[in-house]
Design a binder for this molecule. Structure first.
Ligand code: NAD
Length: 481
């Protein structure tokens, strides 16, 4: 069955593209073209924004009650749950995420988000009345923010689309989604499910396109709010445009998170945990904890254990259930990671496993060898810059205060973990590290709680009631006593 497509999902149906540009979706494993889809132009974005604008200004969606919208999203959730395997396969095909990760997170986590947002929406104070300081009632309403531009990256495409589209829809907004050019295929399945669930025409519109066309969407006068996940560089640009136009904006950006290993940690459990928190999705995760902080006393033990575990990870075909590390999404990302591995050596860090070159047994595909650097100083570029691949740096600390100082010595502040036998000691560290999410002996995102970044990792929060609130405007209505 071909995965080729020739249209965009606009105004509740399949619209022929305005232009004739095409995008090749290339398998990062085989380097072969797996699908051809249209590449969106400025004209397609204009059509999508016009449809979303009409649906918001004149359509039923924003005027439906929260309960009516919840019922439609419940139908969508049921349909989505029935297609998780297919969704996981599409994401593995288009961006090379190991099928184990796709079936654990790429498809099920977006569905869990839908369910979590439904639970929150059922209890949300859409309209409440309080007694004001004049002794008269004031009604406080959460109204939809308007037409939303949702811009996700390629690394966790459905995850970062659902975190925006579902709260936007529950709040009564309409949306234009601009998927990354690497990952259009999952969004075609999503569009079919939205249509089948009865989401009215124009409420969600999807146009895959690159940066320039994406920027046209951001600056479009028909857009009220931009919800973006991606690199900090693009986030700064988008924030500048939104600042100038006074558009609402939320940004989920990059990270360089630290995992602090305290001396009383269970080493085997810690290493198993780090394999996931540092290397999930082949290291292509914003929350990846790629700086491993170990005490000087425990340093050699942690380095050896990590080198052994990472060196033994199965690298290869992402469709193979045994694979733990798949290819990088694109050749440019493979080259980027290799450049950082060479840079680490130039900076004086020591490779204890991995290094440049193709992993054993592979002769094509955009693979890199999972690499662990020891003797890393936190000031090195490999410790400060987001590599976005399976490359870890082990950094020595003197004492817990020093570990916290090093963890915080970063432009970023997205995530982190501490590994310890003493939960109170772990909580003490968790309170002191400046990051939006933190784990004590675990790192599992919970969609009932807010997620986002401190510092250059972003502005605003996704998930939880706080994440839903990003798609509402507050209105106070003063009433007579
Ligand atoms: P990217 O910033 O290059 O692109 C992200 C998306 O934005 C793509 O759809 C791209 O086409 C679009 N885009 C880029 N520049 C734009 C512009 N000026 N105007 C409008 N749209 C624009 O990032 P990427 O390489 O696709 O993704 C990797 C980055 O995403 C990493 O830095 C990673 O940390 C970050 N990320 C963050 C989170 C989070 O929640 N904090 C989650 C996943 C990924």
């Amino acid at each position: 069955m071909t995965l080729d497509r020739d249209a965009f999902y606009i105004d509740g149906g399949w619209a022929a593209p305005v232009g004739s540009d095409l995008l090749q979706v290339v398998s990062p494993h085989s380097e072969e073209v797996v699908a051809i889809v249209p590449e969106g132009s400025v004209g397609d974005i204009d059509a999508a924004v016009a449809a979303a604008r009409r649906a918001f200004d004149q359509g039923p969606w924003p005027r439906m009650s929260p309960a009516e919208r919840i019922a439609v999203i419940e139908a969508f959730s049921m349909l989505y749950a029935g297609r998780l395997g297919e969704m996981a396969d599409l994401i593995t095909t288009e961006m090379g995420s190991p099928t184990s990760f796709s079936n654990l997170a790429q498809a099920p986590a977006p569905w869990m988000q839908i369910e979590a947002f439904l639970t929150i929406a059922r209890e949300y104070p859409w309209e409440s009345t309080r007694v004001g300081n004049l002794g008269t009632p004031v009604m406080v309403r959460h109204e939809p923010v308007g037409v939303v531009a949702a811009i996700p990256p390629w690394n966790v495409p459905q995850f970062t689309i659902m975190s925006k589209v579902i709260p936007a829809l529950l709040a009564g907004c309409t949306v234009v989604v601009k998927p990354a050019p690497e990952t259009p295929l999952d969004t075609y399945l999503m569009a079919e499910l939205l249509q089948e669930a009865g989401v009215p025409a124009g409420v969600v519109n999807i146009v895959t396109a690159g940066r320039e066309v994406g920027e046209h969407l951001v600056s479009h006068p028909g857009i009220d709010k931009v919800a973006f996940t991606g690199s900090t560089a693009a986030g700064r640009k988008i924030a500048a445009i939104c600042g100038d136009q006074l558009k609402r904006v939320s940004l989920e950006l990059g990270g360089k998170s630290a995992a602090i290993v305290l001396d009383d940690a269970d080493l085997a459990k810690t290493i198993e945990g780090l394999k996931f928190t540092a290397l999930m999705n082949s290291g292509q995760a914003c929350v990846a904890q790629t700086r491993i902080l170990a005490s000087r006393a425990n340093y050699a033990t942690v380095v050896d254990a990590l080198a052994e575990a990472v060196g033994a990870m199965v690298v290869g075909d992402p469709a193979d259930p045994a694979t733990e590390i798949g290819p990088m999404v694109a050749q440019r990302q493979q080259e980027r990671v290799e450049k950082y591995i060479a840079l680490g050596q130039e900076e004086g860090a020591r490779i204890v496993t991995g290094g440049n070159g193709m992993p054993d047994g592979l002769d094509r595909g955009w693979y890199v060898r999972p690499t662990v650097f020891a003797d890393v100083d936190n000031s090195m570029r490999i410790a400060q810059e987001e590599i976005f691949g399976p490359v870890l740096s082990v950094i020595a600390y003197d004492d817990v205060d020093d570990a916290v100082r090093i963890a915080n010595d970063s432009d970023y502040g997205l995530a982190g973990t501490v590994w310890t036998g003493d939960q109170e000691a772990g909580l003490d560290v968790a309170r002191r590290v400046r990051a939006g999410t933190y784990g004590v002996n675990t790192y599992t995102m919970d969609f009932a709680a807010p997620f986002g970044g401190f510092k250059a990792s972003g502005i605003g929060r996704e998930f939880g009631a706080e994440g839903l609130g990003q798609y509402t405007e507050l209105k106070s209505v003063y009433l007579e006593g």
